[in-house]
Design a protein around this ligand. Structure first.
Ligand SMILES: Nc1ncnc2c1ncn2[C@@H]1O[C@H](COP(=O)(O)OP(=O)(O)OP(=O)(O)O)[C@@H](O)[C@H]1O
Length: 248
């Protein structure tokens, strides 16, 4: 039997009359790197929030690392982590204090050494002792990624992980995440609007539109299926409902 990091079945989320996620089902094998794609308002952040146990689904089931997320999320939460530009770290605490507080919350052993490891790996030294509220957007993103890696998660959920990074730092960060994934065997699910990033990092993509899963597959397979040269063009076809015109 295949070992899944994520098994999602019939997942929906309604906010009053707004249907943010509408009957989404997918599985992600352990060790895969998968992208959640979709235009603004497609339901990516809502889906990630449900996978993290931050939002309760209106219906459907989620199994994370084999555990039912609604009934047993406390069993599985120590084994995953996330970063999101929409979740701020406490502003008055320095980056080091933030990492230390979160490290204690996650019960990270040898915490000082782990923060030191991440400081070196993610090159945080220059701003580690500054208040997070005073950091640039890109520096905050790096601290948020360090926070997400503190407990060496088996499942890493990343919402636009490189959105505020300059192209050089973004490229380096992608390399770091790929190395982490290879060394640890972790599974990564990332929401991104950067198609080049997705083509470089991801084994598979899940495409959401209006809360529904409208397509999925390996980036190269989708590019071939749509008769396009890049994933960016596939994305535009899906966003603009051009699939029928491009398919034989
Ligand atoms: N708490 C809420 N109350 C009402 N509607 C909500 C709430 N959260 C999300 N929505 C709506 O649900 C839909 C999906 O939003 P979501 O944030 O998941 O989209 P997204 O794919 O992450 O978009 P983006 O790329 O713009 O970040 C949107 O129409 C949004 O307005």
């Amino acid at each position: 039997m295949q070992d899944f990091a994520l098994q999602v079945d019939g997942l929906s989320k309604h906010f009053g009359s707004v249907v943010a996620v509408d009957g989404v089902s997918f599985t992600i094998a352990r060790g895969a790197t998968v992208a959640l794609l979709g235009g603004n308002g497609a339901g990516k952040t809502t889906t990630l929030s449900m996978l993290l146990g931050l939002l309760l689904p209106s219906s459907g089931t989620i199994r994370v690392l084999g555990e039912d997320m609604v009934r047993h999320r406390y069993r599985v939460l120590p084994r995953l982590n996330f970063s999101s530009p929409y979740v701020d770290l406490p502003h008055r605490l320095s980056a080091r204090e933030n990492l230390t507080v979160y490290g204690h919350l996650y019960g990270v052993p040898h915490l000082k050494a782990r923060v030191g490891e991440l400081e070196r790996a993610l090159e945080l030294s220059e701003f580690l002792d500054r208040p997070v509220g005073k950091l640039s957007a890109g520096q905050k993103t790096r601290v948020a990624l360090a926070k997400a890696l503190l407990n060496r998660p088996e499942l890493l959920l990343l919402d636009e992980p490189t959105a505020s990074l300059d192209p050089d730092t973004a490229d380096w960060m992608r390399g770091y995440l790929r190395d982490y994934q290879r060394a640890s065997g972790a599974t990564i699910l990332l929401a991104s609007h950067n198609m080049t990033e997705v083509e470089r990092m991801c084994d598979d993509v899940l495409v959401l539109k209006g809360g529904r899963l409208v397509d999925q597959g390996a980036p190269s397979a989708l590019v071939g299926e749509y008769g396009r040269a890049t994933l960016e063009e596939v994305f535009l076809d899906i966003a603009r409902d051009r699939r029928a015109e491009t398919m034989p």
